[in-house]
Design a protein around this ligand. Structure first.
Ligand code: GDD
Ligand code: MG
Length: 354
């Protein structure tokens, strides 16, 4: 079984975290996001994976190579201009022989893929779509089904007046190869707006695979932080270290927490629920609560970071307060004693005002 992962989006909603790298490799628990998804596929026996890319493909290649370190085989396809979700898979058509999986490249989930594959085979579906319940369906693809699990309607990003169910497209599909015959070649085309609504309209067998398993789309900073909190919660009180770091004996690290390799954690530092990337330095008396630091972040003495993200090589001056929801772009320097507002975003050089 092959899988295509859609990783061609620009990740605009995640900016400034996706100014220099695509959403597919933003670090989640200090590992590139896609690594989590590839390991998920591997757990379900899927190891032959095509990455359909567009925006910033080179860092993804550098990061994941041929996939052998993760026990998967990766094939890269790069679109010269965005082909849309269906167009991107059509583009991979030559490589797809039998039924195959398609995944959005920004979801973390425990949906039972093996059971979904089995249901797809048993049901005689042309397309199976995994569904998950959410509080706000208007920012997703809403999927209505009948009593037998057959899809009756697919409505992408509906208004609240059109929402009839809290079940949405979870971004995992299993498709029969003939579906690609419906997708026009060399044209931008979306499964969600073009292909699925047309199949349903034509009465083709499109089946749902609803699941209550954990599911999140990391496509906004709020969800990115939420995913970290959710994943860390599963660790109980554990403090994990990726490798060797210098931690001052007076520093108090309360789990769950993750500390990357080569960090220097100073005197009287307090850490709780935080994820610290490799080669970070946290100065005396600084406090990190549910903060996510990427690689090489410098946090000066007495700074307080809470439920926020600091990109690669960002530097937070001494005594700064960085409150919840703040997103500090790569390389941004925050002056000492700054008091940021909640949810403030600071852009890396060259991106001001975009
Ligand atoms: N190769 C390629 N080419 N990939 C693309 C393109 C493209 O032109 N456009 C989008 N993608 C990829 C994105 O990188 C992402 O991984 C995935 O397709 C979905 O795009 P998003 O931009 O994240 O869409 P969304 O989150 O608003 O909505 C989608 O996901 C929801 C679940 O998270 C839709 O599929 C919704 O129906 C669904 O509910
Ligand atoms: Mg998304």
């Amino acid at each position: 079984m092959k899988a295509v992962i859609l990783v061609g989006g620009e990740g605009t909603r995640l900016r400034p975290l996706t100014c220099n790298i695509p959403k597919a490799i933003v670090p989640v628990l200090n590992r590139p996001f896609l690594e989590h998804q590839l390991l998920y596929l591997r757990r379900h026996g899927v190891t032959d994976v095509i990455l359909a890319m567009g925006y910033l493909p080179d860092p993804v290649r550098e990061c994941l190579g041929n996939g052998s370190q993760l026990g998967v085989k990766l094939t890269y396809l790069v679109e010269s201009s965005p082909m849309g979700t269906a167009g991107a898979v059509k583009n991979a058509g030559q490589l797809l022989d039998g039924p195959f999986l398609v995944l959005n490249g920004d979801i973390i989930t425990g949906i039972d893929l093996s059971a979904m594959i089995a249901q797809h085979r048993d049901s005689g579906a042309r397309v199976s779509i995994a569904l998950t319940p959410v509080d706000n369906p208007t920012v997703f693809g809403v999927v209505e089904t009948d009593g037998q699990g057959r899809v009756r309607r697919f409505l992408e990003k509906p208004g609240w007046d059109q929402v009839t169910t809290n079940l949405i497209n979870a971004g995992i599909y299993m498709l029969e190869p003939e579906v690609l015959g419906m997708v026009p070649p060399s044209t931008r085309s979306m499964f969600e707006r073009d292909v699925f609504p047309a199949l349903v309209e034509a009465g083709d067998p499109v089946f749902a695979f609803p699941s209550d398993a954990y599911w999140i789309d990391i496509g906004t900073p709020e969800k990115y932080l939420q995913a970290h909190r959710d994943l860390l919660q599963g660790w109980g009180g554990e403090v994990r270290m990726d490798g060797k770091s210098q931690v001052h004996p007076s520093a108090r690290i309360e789990g769950p927490a993750l500390i990357g390799e080569g960090c220097i954690i100073g005197r009287d530092v307090r850490i709780k629920g935080a994820v610290i990337g490799p080669c970070c330095r946290v100065g005396e008396g600084a406090r990190l609560e549910e903060a996510v630091l990427w690689r090489g972040v410098q946090v000066a003495e007495g700074a307080l970071l809470s439920n926020c993200v600091a990109g690669d090589a960002a530097s937070i001056g001494c005594g700064c307060h960085v409150p919840p929801g703040c997103i500090i772009g790569d390389g941004v320097r925050i002056e000492p004693e700054s008091r940021l507002e909640r949810g403030y975003r600071l852009w890396p050089d060259g991106w001001q005002g975009i």
